[in-house]
Design a protein around this ligand. Structure first.
Ligand SMILES: *Cc1c(COP(=O)(O)O)cnc(C)c1O
Length: 342
């Protein structure tokens, strides 16, 4: 294992030796013919875990969200999403560019929820001047915060009442489930479709799964083909995702403990403000009282600790390549930094 302690994201994990072995040993076939047994197992397993009928292995979370928009909506329709939602803000405008579906952003509250009255108001009446509101998207976890399950139920009721499709960007849905002590399918089954990343806290080198009804996944498969996403003996990669779902879900609790320990340690340093979280998963957000971010990055890099300091607040993400000792070393490095900077 590398000696670098990398807090930039949970996407930086390297496949473990067990995962690499599973990849090497995976039975494969041509997935465009539906012949890859490992892909089929992964898709079935993901669908089951997320409370959906069917699954589709996709290259990334971005591809999963785009496929959801393409499949739920027609050209000239629109999707509702948070102003800070990944599917609105961080995916190159793919819904608008490639699906011809316009976003209707609604401000996220700090806990990631959208005010449901604001959502109701944004739903367009049947008027040919207006786009047709078709899809309502939520994100869970949202910047590390799990959305309350009661809220998700209320949001689903609103979607049903207005005949909207309901999609979850569940890039980190397993963090939400483990942190809340609930089964992932208790969250997933509230939605018409759910995408989940395998390549973040779960530790796979690539891939996401999009899940939904059988009919939905069949239509999404056609769009995936159009996007150049029909791949062949891809069970080699699906094996990593399957291994991740079988071995790395429950252990997310460790990452959450490490984040809590990090938040506690950093919170004792006078110059650091740790942003409060009503329920923390694997992310810690901090602001520094002194604007010393530039030298902070190089100071930490010299000690083998990688941070993204360009953003304020600074986000630190725990994952399976960061151990308890690494957390304590990091807290000590921050203490030393401020002792020197004083
Ligand atoms: C990372 C992320 C995505 C996109 O996943 P990629 O695999 O990086 O394309 C989507 N939504 C959320 C909330 C994410 O954090």
């Amino acid at each position: 294992m590398s000696t670098i302690i990398d807090f930039r994201s949970d996407t930086v994990t390297r496949p473990s030796s067990g995962m690499r072995q599973a990849m090497a040993d995976a039975p494969v076939g041509d997935d465009v013919y539906g012949d890859d047994p490992t892909v089929n197992r992964l898709e079935a397993k993901a669908a089951e875990l997320l409370g959906q009928e069917s699954g589709l292995f996709v290259t990334s979370g971005t591809q999963g969200n785009l496929l959801a928009i393409l499949t739920h909506c027609q050209r000239g329709e629109e999707y509702i999403a948070g102003t800070k939602a990944h599917a609105y803000l961080e995916e190159g405008g793919g819904g608008a560019v490639l699906a011809s579906v316009q976003p209707q952003p609604i401000e996220n509250r700090p806990d990631g929820t959208l005010d449901l009255e604001a959502v109701r108001t944004a739903i367009k009446p049947d008027d040919f001047h207006l786009a047709i509101t078709r899809l309502f998207c939520l994100e869970n976890t949202f910047f590390g915060t799990p959305l309350p399950i009661d809220y998700l139920s209320e949001a689903k009721a609103l979607a049903t009442e207005h005949n909207l499709q309901f999609h979850l960007d569940g890039a980190r849905i397993f963090n939400a489930a483990v942190s809340g002590g609930i089964a992932p399918d208790a969250i997933g089954r509230l939605f018409d479709s759910v995408s989940a990343c395998l390549s973040k806290g779960l530790g796979a080198p690539i891939g996401s799964v999009l899940t939904g009804s059988q009919d939905f996944i069949q239509r999404a498969r056609r769009w995936r083909k159009m996007l150049g996403g029909g791949t062949r003996q891809v069970g080699i990669l699906a094996a990593a995702g399957l291994y991740a779902l079988e071995h790395n879900v429950e252990r997310l609790a460790e990452d959450h403990e490490h984040a809590a320990r990090l938040a506690e340690g950093l919170g004792k340093i006078e110059e650091i403000e740790v942003h409060p979280a009503h329920q923390r998963t694997n992310m810690v957000f901090v602001s520094l009282s002194k604007s010393k971010e530039e030298c902070l990055a190089s100071f930490m890099r010299d000690r083998g600790i990688l941070l993204t300091v360009e953003e304020n607040p600074i986000r630190l993400v725990t994952h399976l390549d960061i151990g308890r000792k690494d957390i304590d070393e990091t807290v000590d490095a921050f203490k030393e930094y401020f002792r020197r900077a004083a």
